[in-house]
Write a protein that binds this ligand. Structure first.
Ligand SMILES: O=C(O)CCCC[C@@H]1SC[C@@H]2NC(=O)N[C@@H]21
Length: 223
């Protein structure tokens, strides 16, 4: 999606009541009115090539991870490749990034984020919220500004080409890394161990034959 007209880099659009939320893989994103964060950030990361698109997923995941951990350092939070934040085995946040590519540069990026904050009822069985975990209620605007300031922090690192550090931090927080898990790809179900991600953001899973399978977004899913 291309943004027309004048909009400044770093602009944030947030709503307390999102009625037609879009999720990954064509899903909808449902959020209880007034209880959660649903917002988008507009960036112009022209310093990134199309092959570097996943750097944006990395920095936004890290920013959300940091904010969740800053609320309670004992929380078992993880970054689930490619676009989710989990606490234990439940999803707490999702990221949807839409980029516009021009002349081999990412000219515009809209980073959509949904974070479950104060919702305690009618959450899907696979989801959780900050309030469910901590039994505390949060001021949405405070959580929002913490996230934005962490995204800014990592975005500036990315702009200074500090990608090695970003990759290391990302790999450290990867959900189920080095643990046997169950997956499904186009050929069927299999056991494997996540070993990490490539620079382009492909997921590397070691299968039972000790072969490293490499997947792009949507080519594999956790079972
Ligand atoms: O996990 C997912 O499926 C991604 C969810 C992304 C939801 C956010 S909420 C703000 C922005 N606007 C949308 O319609 N979707 C994203």
């Amino acid at each position: 999606m291309a943004v027309q007209g004048s909009i400044y880099e770093g602009a944030v659009v947030s709503t307390e009541n999102q009625t037609k939320g879009k999720g990954q893989r064509g899903n909808t994103w449902l959020s209880a009115p007034g209880e959660n964060l649903t917002f988008s950030i507009y960036l112009k990361p022209k310093f990134l090539k199309p092959t570097q698109q996943f750097e944006l997923n990395r920095i936004v995941s890290l920013a959300l991870f940091d904010v969740i951990k800053s609320i309670d350092n004992d929380m078992k939070a993880f970054i689930k490749w490619p676009n989710d934040l989990y606490v234990k085995n439940l999803k707490i946040a999702g990221i949807l990034i839409e980029n516009n590519i021009n002349y081999q540069q990412i000219s515009q990026s809209i980073i959509g984020i949904g974070l479950n904050v104060n919702q305690t009822e009618k959450l899907p069985s696979t989801a959780t919220s900050l309030k469910v975990i901590t039994e505390k209620t949060f001021a949405l605007n405070e959580v929002l500004s913490s996230i934005i300031s962490r995204i800014e922090h990592y975005y500036l690192m990315l702009r200074s080409n500090d990608v090695r550090v970003i990759h290391q931090l990302y790999e450290q927080q990867l959900y189920k890394k080095d643990k046997v898990s169950f997956f499904e790809d186009s050929k069927g179900k299999f056991n494997g161990i996540i070993r990490g991600t490539s620079t382009e953001g492909n997921l590397h899973i070691e299968d039972e034959a000790e072969y490293i399978r490499k997947y792009q977004f949507k080519e594999v899913r956790f079972l």
